[in-house]
Design a protein around this ligand. Structure first.
Ligand code: BES
Ligand code: MN
Ligand code: ZN
Length: 503
């Protein structure tokens, strides 16, 4: 992948210093109760607030050109209410979005009026998101215009650890977006495995890849059944990041990597079927997390497992009614070949047992029902373990990459009963996201387990069609929160800024 992301740097700049910093545009976030100084830009902002041309409501912008006292030709003033992380993100997204049509390459982003420590990471993430462009399969790509963002804060030394983490998260998010956005013929299981191998050239990383023969030897009958309708070979990818103590139990991330999901013999309707190239977004998020870990080098151990294949109809494809045997010996009646995600994941979950994990989190674009339940705002989160669920919820909040805990009452599993196997791969339509999770839970009783259904959050359809890179930010926060103080770059997020400076 060519270098797809812009450069960020962090400087101590007050408003007057930001005004004299040279860029193509200066963006100033203006919260409620903003106290401008007596410098030229301060007086300009005070006047604009007084006249009502500038409002501190989030999303409101005032744009100017060649403003006196401002070195950069373009000036954008953006309201952000109280400057909460969410408001900062929305304000920066609106402002950088407005600059997209201008030839702005270097942006100076002044956050010095914001006390909140999370402002930096939100600004970094939002600036990257709003300026991202996909180019890989265009013959005449128009790359992103924005190349360089200088973030100005009150105290750069204090904000540095959070800043570095945010930049690494952006790298992970953009790596996930890149692989998720690639069309099915440009992101085959083999290509995903090659990407993982290239990632593993970084220190502390290792990668092993298995093909159909080895997967058959392991007895992954459910995974093999999904892959058997395609001419593309399946890949089972194992990525390891060893930054922690030797022998310390790893956290395992499992990504659903269906590089294209046609539904198989239970074929999907034609409308929007192209979007099923995104059915490997779980796998892409695992790659993205490892991309960020390579940069941050925290003192933790993480294993990423990716089960990748295509789901296609064919003379050799698995048929409704077929019964297959999973790696842990449970037999599965495949009543609907379109419920393939749980079939590849169940064997990956069984495989995870041998890693003696601290916790296992699977990430999957698993069900259309989850899109109906939660839309595109929150990912569905299922867990049999309350502490793990709480940690994921908290990570989602702090990264502003939200999830919502869903139930796992045993009654939801009733519909999976069948006369012909230990379990069927579908229940009825009601509660479809939950029955899918109940299916997975049968293979996850040996370790603390959680499942993230990202079917609604991993990509956007319509005019803004494209991958979001979610839930890379959530997963990174989750992993780094467990890193304790040992990690070089792990930040004590919850501690107030002043306490942290002393520490
Ligand atoms: N990859 C799909 C889930 C999906 C569908 C995600 C639409 C995003 C948008 C999954 O493999 C699938 O097809 N699930 C079926 C399950 C059903 C057959 C029980 C679904 O959701 O319809
Ligand atoms: Mn499917
Ligand atoms: Zn699928």
């Amino acid at each position: 992948m060519k270098d797809p992301i812009m450069n960020f740097d962090l400087k101590s700049l007050d408003l007057a210093q930001a005004a004299s910093h040279k860029g193509d545009a200066l963006l100033v976030l203006v919260p409620e109760g903003f106290k401008p100084g007596q410098d030229e830009l301060g007086r300009l902002i005070a006047a604009a607030l007084k006249s009502g041309d500038l409002q501190t409501k989030t999303g409101k912008l005032l744009m100017g050109y060649l403003a006196s006292g401002v070195t950069s030709p373009r000036l954008v003033l953006a309201g952000c209410d109280e400057g909460t992380p969410r408001q900062v993100r929305q304000a920066v997204a609106a402002a950088v979005g407005a600059l997209r049509s201008s030839p702005c390459r270097k942006l100076v982003l002044c956050l010095s009026a914001l006390a909140h420590d999370d402002a930096v990471r939100m600004a970094v993430q939002a600036a990257a998101d709003a300026s991202y462009v996909y180019t890989t399969t265009k013959s005449k790509p128009e790359p992103r215009t924005l190349e360089q963002v200088t973030i100005g804060v009150a105290d750069a030394a204090l904000s540095r650890p959070g800043f570095e983490r945010a930049v690494a998260a952006v790298r992970g998010v953009e790596y996930a977006k890149e692989w998720a956005n690639r069309p099915g013929n440009h992101a085959t299981p083999t290509m995903l495995a090659d990407a993982a191998r290239r990632l593993a050239k970084a220190p502390h990383l290792q990668c092993t890849v298995m093909g159909p023969k080895q997967v058959a030897k392991l007895g992954m009958g459910a995974f093999l059944a999904v892959a058997q309708g395609s001419h593309e070979e399946l890949r089972f990818i194992e990525l390891r990041y060893n930054g922690g103590a030797k022998g310390e139990a790893p956290t395992v991330l499992i990504g659903k990597g269906i590089s294209f999901d046609s539904g198989g013999i239970s074929i999907k309707p034609a409308a929007e079927m192209d979007e099923m190239k995104f059915d490997m977004c779980g796998a892409a998020s695992v790659l993205g997390v490892f991309r960020a870990l390579a940069e941050l080098k925290p003192a933790i151990n993480v294993v990423g497992l990716i089960a990748s294949c295509e789901n296609l109809p064919d003379g050799k494809a698995v048929k409704p009614g077929d019964v297959v045997t999973s790696m842990n010996g449970q037999t599965i009646e495949i009543l609907n070949t379109d419920a393939e995600g749980r079939l590849v994941l169940c064997d990956a979950l069984t495989y995870a047992e041998r890693l003696k994990p601290k916790a296992v989190v699977d990430i999957a674009t698993l069900t259309g029902a989850c899109v109906i339940a939660l839309g595109g705002v929150r990912s569905g989160m299922f867990s049999s373990h309350d502490d793990l669920a709480a940690a994921l919820l908290a990570a989602g909040e702090s990264a502003q990459d939200l999830c919502w805990r869903m139930p796992l009452d045993d009654e939801y599993g009733e519909g999976l009963k069948t006369h012909f196997a230990d379990v069927a791969n579908v229940g009825g339509r009601p509660g479809g996201a939950i029955t899918a999770a109940k299916f997975l839970q049968r293979f996850a009783d040996k370790f603390p387990w959680a499942h993230l259904d990202i079917a609604g959050t991993a990509w956007k359809g319509g005019a803004a069609k494209g991958a979001t890179g979610r839930p890379v930010p959530l997963l990174l926060d989750f992993l780094l929160a467990g890193a304790g103080g040992g990690a070089a770059t792990s930040v004590a997020k919850k501690a107030p800024a002043r306490a942290r400076r002393k520490a």
